[in-house]
Design a protein around this ligand. Structure first.
Ligand SMILES: [Zn+2]
Length: 507
């Protein structure tokens, strides 16, 4: 039976060409090496400590899904014996395959999280897990066990010999076409991407080789390639749709990263922000813009207009404030992220006046305890959303505001339970009271809020809307600021000219 292992020579060629030919993949000397590495040069692998090694050690890393498989891990009691020899019961099939691959590529050292972080020490875990972004960022090759649901499946998979073929459509021409299934353009990453940390490992490492169940894939700054396109994907194929073209991380890559990250996650885990914190830290080091619970301070107003994909749930236990995408379990996308920041200041109906963040540790890229955004608003309207006559066909709503009705009101609810959204029965009358905070002065998009009831002027986000039908007179008609209904606001004060200012708190 043929196997994906047959393609190792191609993967080694990708690696060698990247090291020798790709100018974009040249790196400055390493700034750090991991605290511990596994030495795979001898007959049996063993643990080595950083101070036993030089500063220019070349090493590979492994991206893998732990799954529920039981195996011996590095603990305080196994530490000393691991230094002499890592026993076979600590090596899953995936680890053994990764050692074989690393040796085949010529590496003497490999890094695997479960063998290098003391699994029974919270202190070691919190120290080493914040260094993980450096471990992957400085590695020479990241080996991704992309299709293995746990350590028992390994990196290699059997496959048919005839998974691609050549055909000649007519007998009159000599033209021959290569044929392959469309699905083989991308690795099946669903299993691996369910682990929150994987995106960070994939984006920070300089080179990734994916060991998928159908073939091998390559990602570096120079090319993305696969066995079908071993010299790189042609321009006619939208490469970013199938593989991740590595590039310098910057603030402008953030919405794409969050979309990739949130789209793969399905668990109720509160480490939502922790596992992307390493990427945020790298971007922060270049931009010096302040990072706030999954967003950037500059132009924060416009970033708040993210949209949830379909039915979502709020993570419990608490993972982030409701205004952050990290409070939800599943995928989000960003609307208008790229509106330029000068335009933003002219077009936005509110300002972030104050930000109060509390973190679980002293790491501002880590887990959040609470987060309050105090907004200075010029428009905050209250109204009633109900299903409109067009709902059945295109799923949009009516918004009753003052004496007006805006039809064509498109809503993405964050996590409202189905019965609260009116359930499946589209004939049933259904309505919900909301506060609307338009983001843009033309009212075309904004946030749906609801008072928490816990404190005056405290609101939680329940969704986002966009519409072409919400007129300025309609908003003005129900504008709580213009009506001076002060009890809807957390604070009402006067500016230096004596004009009243209205504040709400998003929590
Ligand atoms: Zn390269």
């Amino acid at each position: 039976m043929a196997s994906t292992i047959d393609a190792l020579p191609i993967a080694r060629r990708w690696y060698q060409e990247c090291r020798t030919l790709h100018k974009t993949c040249k790196r400055s000397p390493k700034s750090a090496i991991p605290t511990r590495l596994i030495d795979i040069s001898g007959n049996e692998p063993c643990l080595r400590l950083a101070d036993e090694l030089g500063s220019e050690v070349e090493y590979a890393t492994l991206s893998h899904c732990w799954g529920s498989l039981k195996f011996t891990r590095l603990t305080k009691s196994t530490f000393e014996s691991f230094r002499k020899r890592i026993p076979p019961e600590a090596l899953t099939k995936t680890f053994k395959n990764a050692i074989f691959i690393a040796q085949y590529f010529g590496f003497r050292f490999l890094w695997i999280d479960s063998l290098f972080i003391l699994q029974d020490s919270m202190e070691d875990w919190s120290k080493e897990s914040t260094l993980m972004s450096e471990v992957y960022g400085e590695c020479d090759l990241n080996i991704a066990a992309t299709s293995a649901k746990d350590g028992s499946e390994g990196c290699f998979f059997p496959r048919e010999r005839s998974w691609r073929c050549q055909v000649s459509p007519t007998s009159q021409t000599e033209q021959i076409y290569d044929c392959y299934p469309y699905s083989t353009l991308e690795p099946y990453v669903d299993r691996l991407s369910k682990r929150a940390w994987v995106l960070q490992e994939r984006c920070l490492s300089q080179r990734t080789v994916h060991f998928a169940n159908n073939q091998l894939y390559w990602e570096c700054c120079g090319i993305v390639a696969s066995e079908i396109y071993p010299n790189g994907y042609p321009l006619s194929i939208a490469r970013d749709k199938f593989l991740y073209q590595k590039r310098q991380l910057s603030r402008s890559s953030w919405p794409k990263l969050v979309e990739m990250y949130s789209g793969g996650l399905t668990t109720m885990s509160s480490d939502r922000l922790v596992a992307i914190g390493g990427l945020a830290r790298v971007i922060y080091s270049k931009s010096q813009d302040e990072y706030i619970a999954g967003f950037w301070k500059k132009g924060l107003e416009g970033q708040l207009l993210w949209q949830s994909h379909g039915l979502n749930r709020r993570i419990d236990p608490y993972s982030a404030p409701t205004w952050s995408w990290a409070s939800l379990q599943g995928g989000v996308s960003f609307h208008d992220w790229h509106k330029n920041e000068n335009a933003l200041s002219r077009m936005c109906t509110f300002r972030v006046h104050d930000i109060q963040m509390q973190y679980v540790s002293d790491n501002p890229f880590g887990q959040v305890r609470t987060g309050i955004l105090r907004l200075r608003c010029s428009h905050l309207a209250s109204g009633v959303i109900q299903r409109g006559p067009l709902f059945v066909s295109i799923g949009n709503y009516d918004f009753n505001i003052g004496r007006h009705i805006a039809h064509d009101f498109h809503i993405s609810f964050d996590c409202i339970e189905e019965e609260e959204r009116g359930g499946e029965d589209e004939e049933e009358t259904w309505f919900i009271h909301v506060h609307v905070l338009p983001i843009w002065t033309d009212n075309s998009a904004g946030l749906l809020l609801r008072p928490t009831g816990r404190k005056r002027g405290h609101y939680e986000r329940i969704g986002a809307y966009h519409t072409s039908e919400l007129s300025t007179p309609a908003i003005e008609d129900a504008n709580l600021v213009a009506l001076e209904w002060d009890h809807h606001f957390a604070e009402v004060s006067s500016d230096s000219n004596g004009n009243k200012e209205y504040f709400i708190d998003l929590v």
